[in-house]
Design a protein around this ligand. Sequence first.
Ligand code: HXC
Length: 260
Amino acid sequence: MEYQNILLDNQDGVLVLTINREKAYNALNQATLAEMRHVFEKGADEVENLKGIIITGAGAKAFVAGADIKEFIGINEENGRALAQNGQDIFFLIERFHKPVIAAVNGFALGGGCELAMACHMRVAGEKAKFGQPEVNLGLIAGYGGTQRLTQLIGKAKSMELHLTGDMLKADEALSLGLVNYVVPQGEEVAKAKEIIEKIATKAPLAIAKAIACINAHYDETVDGFAYEIAQFQACTTTEDFKEGATAFIEKRKANFKGK
Ligand code: HXC
């Protein structure tokens, strides 16, 4: 697939996905979403020795300022459901991806942009980043999972406040509420995210994938997360990497994991 709205940069197995619509504050139009779907369904797994994915926005102003409001004309009862469903499906692909996905939030993360950041496994914010769910200003509510994931991340009271007032959170507030993992000097978001992914890449890949799946299971009402954890733990015990990890510890050497 030819990508027109995103840039992909393979930095030694760390795939940096930049949403590249700077003039529109990287708003997510349908074409951009389709390209992101392709990356998470196919493109990323073609990257040799993929360590993880960083999602960021082009330019200094915005991570993603939301769904593209200019595409909202013509949205109605018939196609509104599909619009939200499509975005949610793509964001679930991100949340369930088997390698770490980190949002490097370099500016405004509003509406669908905040929702995109929250679908990632972690968030690193630049100190000028701002987060919000301002859809009520448009006569809408969040549709890409924002009411659910913001509540999961920061709790009901603050999630209510943000969704009902449309107010924005500054980076330091987002940090204190647990919405972001780190706040770094502006411009250093990708570097910090890369550092985290490089650290994770030294661990056993199958165990990483299972940890992601287990943590996601906590938020899946159809799954008993504790039982799921037991099953995934058991599955880890059958891997070569488990034998290697335990042996390396006893032999006081660094483990050489193979993802098997
Ligand atoms: C389309 C957008 C946009 C958006 C900004 N732009 N946000 N275009 N969709 N979501 C464009 C502007 O039209 C403008 O281009 C350029 O980016 C810069 O924006 P300005 O408003 O001139 O910049 P500034 O004054 O700095 O204000 C920045 C801002 C503001 C606070 C981020 O742009 C803003 O409030 N944007 C909308 C945020 C929002 O409501 N997001 C939620 C969308 S709904 P031009 O060419 O006009 O100069 C949503 C729902 C998801 O996300 C779920 C759907 C199912």
